[in-house]
Each structure stands twice: as structure tokens, then as C-alpha cells.
Design a protein around this ligand. Structure first.
Ligand code: NAD
Length: 492
């Protein structure tokens, strides 16, 4: 398929070869909701073939060692960097992400995802614990074939975040890209091939989640499943993993709070609040519930209105655009439905709330003052450019409101008081809490969601805890001395 100037393979990638699909599905661009072409879809047999190829490739790749694997993976990272322009073109057309942001940050981060874990894998394990009789030698062994299933809101970034540690640790993988934006991952497989990733080590099967994704999650040849997506699908994937007794990592949705205390730098808080509309709000980590201390609520709201008013909604290929389209007509209806129901319940729409004139799938950045904490708009993930606005009087009230959803992915706190930052940061139930900042993601730091936002932690060594079998070789060294002395006794 031709995407502007870039040729993108639309077939699966199995055992180092492009393989046509048993069926196909339509790929659209959210820029104008037009059809780009047809991508191959894999049935159960093709998934089986991909898992089989990954199984055959596993032993040589695992036994190659981390240094040899690292050399290949560093070349892969370099191919990603060298193809920044092509990847930015393809991903922005494919999922409506801002082309300038993909080029400036996402491609580089994707390369780092591979490179960082390649380097880190060279130093995992090696621990030895001495006991009274035995010495426990701990090693991290690759687990086997990993199934990687990713969503459409960040295909490159999220796929490489899984590919990096899984491959560096010595596993082989089958990646199932999102059917709503499959193209950049398809290109990624070609870059891996150019880098010399051996056939069967990195396989890609395209298709619908309910068919291809489910067949992959169900496959008995899989040793690990790493899934990023919605809690609803996460449950299905976890059920499949349970049937095969396979460890599963789930990175799911969020409804993260954005707490602004009276002592905060309000300009910085307002600028960061406006950033929650990035990617048209289709970001799991977006802190979509603004909780403002009542004494500064007026000036903060004014500043947020000003910052958001300066953001341009439009074509994601245009450098001046800050907010692009929603991914699909279905997602557009979902977002509209949330806003309409909130309005019908008596919520006040402080700004936005309608389709934007930029086109069919564009929605205005929206801020809603809900009727109550129990409202659907406060409790459920919208995954669109829709934030809520609530006020509080006391720190304890802010924390209670922040914690009062079923999610626990992230939180943002703005305060000028370091003690308060630490107190509130500890009290908020979330995998990541940012203070006076947002979206700073150190690859060495743990990343995972609490409650309905996920199961398990990845990042740094946590990734290897998941992608490896952590093994204990427990040796009674004294037995060798006993053995040696009895041999000596026999010889005398
Ligand atoms: P989704 O759950 O619909 O799909 C995610 C992936 O799962 C897709 O590749 C899809 O094809 C596949 N899938 C669907 N049904 C499946 C099944 N039965 N078995 C196996 N795989 C199946 O999610 P989405 O709509 O693509 O993404 C949006 C969701 O992802 C939001 O809830 C968002 O918060 C979440 N998300 C979370 C993170 C995180 O790191 N926590 C990051 C990005 C997105």
C-alpha cells in the first residue's frame, strides 16, 4: 500500500517472509475517514504458523546470548531512526497522530525502547545468594514465544516498548498490531529484517482482535502475553492466559486525576492541563479529571481556557496543529455519546462539546463540570478530548475524589509545597504520580496500572522479571568437597 511517498507492506510477516492473508480488512485514515486500502487478516491457521515459526527460532536466538542479540537490536534501533520520515508519515496517516510530534519524539523513543533494553539485557541476572549449605545462583532465562498485542493510539511507541525487552531477553515474538492502525507496525517488521533480525524471531500477524488477537492469546505455544488496550479486552486476554497458565501483563485504561493545589504555579498547571488534549485525548495516561482547590479555581480555569483556546484543531500533518482527529466513526460516536449524556444529566459544558469544523472525526477540546462524582463522565474513560472540572476545599477531599474511580493508572499533582507533594503523592492510588510535570517516562522506572488499570509492572528490570523465567540453581558446594574427600579416602 502506498501512503504518500512510502510503500507499506500490508501482508503478515512470518518466518522472515511476507505472507498474504486468509482474508483482509479495510484500513482507513482518520484524517478524512477515507479508505487507504486493505490489509491482510490472519485466521487461526496463520496465527498457528507464526507461533510455530517463533517456536523454531527460539532456541538459536535464546542461545545467541545478550551481547550478540544486542548487536542486532541496536541495528534495528538505527533502522528505526534512519526511517524517521517514513514512520512519521505512515503513523500520522494511519492513526491521526500529530506528524510533527511523531517525528520529534515518538520515533526516537521507539528506537530507545529497543536500544535501552538491548543494553540492559547484557547485565541481567548474575546474582548469587549464599546460604548455610547451598549457594543459590539466580539466572534470567528467556521464556519462549511472547505474544504482544497493542492498541491504535500509539502503535510504534507501545509495540517497541514490548519488543525491546522481549527480544533482548532472548524470546521470540508474535506481534498483533491494532486493526485500526496496523501500518507502522507492518513497516517495523521490514526494518527488523533489514537490521538482520533472524527469520522467525519477530513475526507480525494482522487482523481483527476478536479473531486474530484471540487466536494468538489462546495459542498453547505462547509463553508470555503482554497486552495493552481496554479493560474489557484485557479480561478476555487474561481469561485466555489463565486457560494456558501463562503469565500475562495487562496495561489498561485510566481516568487519572489532575490535582491543582492553591500553592501551585498556575501557569505551569494550566499549560500541563492543556496537554491532556494531546492525541485528541486518546492517551491512556491522560489526566482527564481536573480537581482544583476552590481558592484558585477561578484564575486557573481562565488560564486553561486561554491555553486551550490557542490550540489548533485540524489536520495532523500540519505543523501548526495541536489536536488531530479521533480514530474512527465509532470512537467519535462514543465521545459524542459521553458528552450528550453528561449534558442531559445537567452537567455544564464549560467549553467545547461538539464536532469541530475541521472534519468528520474531529471533536472540540471539551471541559465539563459534572453533576456529581458518581457521574459516568467522571467514572469512565472517554478516550477523547474531554476533561472534567471539579473543585475541592481540603487536601483530604482532593485525595478522596482523586481515588474515587475504579482506575489507578496515573495522577498529576501541581503544588508549591514539597511536603504536600509527597503526602498527596503517596496517598493517591496510581502506578505513576507526576508532581509539577507530566509524561516523563524513564525507561528504567516501573510502569503499570493499579486496580482496573492493569496487572503487572514493566520497565527497567521489571520487564525482565516478566519476560524471563527467573531461575534458581541451588548448589550444595560442600558436597563436592565431601565427594572429593571420599575419592581421596578410596585412593589411599
Ligand atoms: P482494545 O482493547 O479494543 O484493543 C487493543 C488490542 O487488542 C488491539 O490490537 C485489538 O485488536 C486486540 N484485541 C481485541 N479483542 C481481542 C481479543 N478478544 N483477544 C486478543 N486481542 C484482542 O483497545 P483499543 O481501543 O485499541 O485501545 C484503547 C484502550 O487502550 C484504552 O482503554 C486505553 O486506555 C488503553 N491503553 C492503555 C495503555 C497503557 O499503557 N495502560 C496505553 C495505551 C492505551
Amino acid at each position: 500500500m502506498k501512503v504518500e511517498t512510502v510503500d507499506v507492506p500490508i501482508d503478515h510477516y512470518i518466518d522472515g517472509k511476507r505472507v498474504a492473508g486468509s482474508a483482509g480488512f479495510e484500513v482507513r485514515t482518520p484524517i478524512d475517514n477515507s479508505v487507504l486500502g486493505t490489509c491482510a487478516a490472519a485466521n487461526k491457521d496463520l496465527v498457528d504458523r507464526a507461533v510455530g515459526a517463533a517456536g523454531v527460532a527460539f532456541h538459536p536466538w535464546a542461545q545467541a546470548g545478550a551481547v550478540a542479540r544486542g548487536a542486532v537490536l541496536r541495528r534495528f534501533a538505527q533502522r528505526i531512526r534512519a526511517n524517521k520520515a517514513a514512520l512519521s508519515i505512515v503513523e500520522s496517516v494511519d492513526n491521526g497522530g500529530l506528524r510533527h510530534a511523531i517525528a520529534a519524539h515518538i520515533v526516537e523513543r521507539s528506537a530507545q525502547n529497543i536500544e535501552y533494553f538491548a543494553a540492559r539485557a547484557e547485565h541481567i541476572g548474575g546474582e548469587a545468594v549464599s546460604g548455610s549449605t547451598n549457594t543459590d545462583v539466580v539466572s534470567y532465562e528467556p521464556a519462549g514465544v511472547a505474544a504482544l498485542i497493542t492498541p491504535w493510539n500509539g502503535p510504534l511507541m507501545l509495540s517497541t516498548w514490548k519488543l525491546g525487552p522481549a527480544l533482548a531477553a532472548g524470546n521470540t515474538v508474535v506481534l498483533k498490531p491494532p486493526e485500526l492502525a496496523p501500518l507502522s507496525c507492518s513497516l517495523l517488521a521490514s526494518l527488523a529484517e533489514e537490521a538482520g533480525v533472524p527469520p522467525g524471531v519477530f513475526n507480525v500477524v494482522h487482523g481483527d482482535g476478536s479473531v486474530t488477537g484471540q487466536a494468538l492469546a489462546d495459542h498453547p505455544g505462547i509463553s508470555r502475553i503482554s497486552f495493552t488496550g481496554s479493560p474489557q479486552t484485557g479480561r478476555k486476554v487474561a481469561t485466555a492466559a489463565a486457560a494456558n497458565l501463562v503469565p500475562v501483563s495487562l496495561e489498561l485504561g485510566g481516568k487519572s486525576p489532575f490535582v491543582v493545589f492553591a500553592s501551585a504555579d498556575l501557569d505551569a498547571a494550566a499549560a500541563t492541563a492543556a496537554r491532556q488534549y494531546f492525541n485528541a485525548g486518546q492517551v491512556c495516561l491522560a489526566a482527564t479529571r481536573i480537581l482544583a482547590e476552590r481558592s484558585i479555581a477561578g484564575p486557573l480555569l481562565e488560564k486553561i481556557c486561554e491555553k486551550v483556546g490557542a490550540m489548533r484543531v485540524g489536520d495532523p500533518r500540519d505543523e501548526r496543529t495541536s489536536i488531530g482527529p479521533l480514530i474512527s466513526a465509532r470512537q467519535f460516536e462514543r465521545v459524542t455519546g459521553f458528552v450528550d449524556r453528561a449534558r442531559a444529566q445537567g452537567a455544564e459544558v464549560l467549553f467545547g462539546g461538539r464536532q469541530h469544523s475541521a472534519g468528520e472525526l474531529y471533536f472540540e477540546p471539551t471541559l465539563i463540570a459534572p453533576v456529581s462524582q458518581e457521574s459516568e463522565i467522571v467514572q469512565n474513560e472517554v478516550f477523547g478530548p474531554v476533561l472534567t472540572w471539579q473543585t475541592f476545599d481540603e487536601e483530604a477531599e482532593a485525595i478522596a475524589l482523586a481515588n474515587d474511580t475504579t482506575y489507578g493508572l496515573a495522577a498529576v499533582i501541581f503544588t508549591g509545597d514539597a511536603a504536600q507533594a509527597e503526602r498527596a503523592g503517596r496517598a493517591i492510588v496510581a502506578g505513576t504520580v507526576w508532581v509539577n510535570s507530566f509524561f516523563v517516562r524513564n525507561l528504567a522506572a516501573p510502569f503499570g496500572g493499579f486496580r482496573k488499570s492493569g496487572v503487572g509492572v514493566e520497565g527497567g528490570n521489571h520487564s525482565f522479571d516478566f519476560y524471563c523465567n527467573v531461575k534458581n540453581l541451588s548448589i550444595d558446594y560442600v558436597s563436592f568437597q565431601r565427594g572429593a574427600s571420599s575419592t581421596l579416602t578410596r585412593l589411599q
